[in-house]
Design a protein around this ligand. Structure first.
Ligand code: BDR
Ligand code: CA
Length: 310
């Protein structure tokens, strides 16, 4: 049986790469996309979610629009310098044909998890606002969701948007704190592993050369993301692999080694958005989550390449 997946996402260049690879994965049944602000505004990311399901004829997959801001704080800096104002590398793509659902992202998540007990994997690769709101609407999600796999956080690799914070957590640390404390079957695919999976310029050239709509879209949107990585890290056209690594976990968890540890989220001060692993249980009684600490990087890269070029 195919794995039912809801992708909660802020597309976003790496989100786009991940969603296209997910939609091309025969083991998965993507039952919906839920959008969230983050890499661009809530409006832009919702439009991009629609564009991505439409690109290769998946417009039967519903899109539910999520939050435009964090639970407690307004987003301080969207990822537009990384992903472009439109979240699609400043390529100004045409308007999508479809429309998002009348229900919110949080309502959609709650409804699908309750309708399909222990069958839905939630793959959340943006700020965790929608997931936290879904938990508030329907706390039974904790028992009824199959797994929640997030791209976000860092327990030993420092930050990417601040010295200590990863961007998705930074954009809504209060939501992340709700999610990490909930007792969910949660897997964190954070910077500890995603920074180790490098898509080289040559690798990306192969993805861009794929003669299919996914390859054509990625050819236009990737250069903006590559330029950012070059300016920020001097990577010369190579990029880190964030959201596609989280998809790789869903497809093949054997590619990762995890550590079971409680994680807390800092919501103020210089540490705003930091994820703290409490290895010696000094901060309280919080249930542990599975934090990815090692990765078979060539394995992840081969899997993503195969999906995008098939
Ligand atoms: C995360 O932040 C966003 O820029 C990416 O899409 C990814 O989900 C990386 O920190
Ligand atoms: Ca993302």
């Amino acid at each position: 049986m195919r794995k039912k997946v809801i992708v909660d996402t802020d597309p976003g260049v790496d989100d786009a790469m991940m969603i296209l690879a997910a939609l091309r994965s025969p083991e998965l049944e993507v039952i919906g996309l839920t959008s969230i602000f983050g890499n661009a505004s809530g409006y832009a990311t919702a439009q991009n979610a629609l564009r991505l399901v439409e690109l290769e004829g998946n417009d039967n997959i519903p899109v539910a629009r999520g939050s435009d801001r964090g639970l407690v704080v307004e987003a301080q800096m969207l990822g537009t310098m990384v992903h472009g104002e439109d979240g699609m590398g400043n390529t100004n793509p045409p308007l999508p044909k479809g429309k998002w659902l009348d229900i919110s992202a949080a309502q959609f998540i709650a409804q699908k998890v309750l309708d399909n007990p222990r069958q839905v994997t939630l793959l959340a690769v943006g700020p965790l606002t929608n997931v936290a709101l879904a938990l508030r609407l329907e706390p039974r999600i904790v028992e009824l969701v199959e797994q929640v796999v997030i791209m976000g956080g860092s327990i030993g690799a420092g930050g990417n948007i601040s010295p200590v914070a990863e961007a998705n957590i930074f954009h809504d640390p209060h939501a992340a704190e709700i999610v990490f404390s909930a007792g969910l079957p949660l897997v964190m695919v954070g910077l500890d592993v995603t920074l180790k999976v490098i898509q080289t310029r040559q690798y990306l050239d192969k993805i861009k050369a794929a003669n299919n709509p996914a390859g054509h879209l990625l050819r236009s949107i990737l250069p903006c993301y590559q330029r950012y990585h070059d300016q920020a890290y001097g990577m010369g056209g190579d990029i880190h692999t964030h959201d596609p690594s989280a998809l790789a976990y869903v497809l093949d968890p054997e590619l990762f080694k995890v550590e079971e540890v409680p994680v807390y989220v800092e919501t103020s001060g210089y540490g705003f958005g930091q994820t703290i692993a409490d290895r010696r249980r000094q901060l309280g009684q919080r249930p542990p989550v599975s934090v990815c600490v090692e990765v078979d990087a060539p394995g992840v890269l081969a899997l993503i390449e195969e999906r995008l070029t098939r």
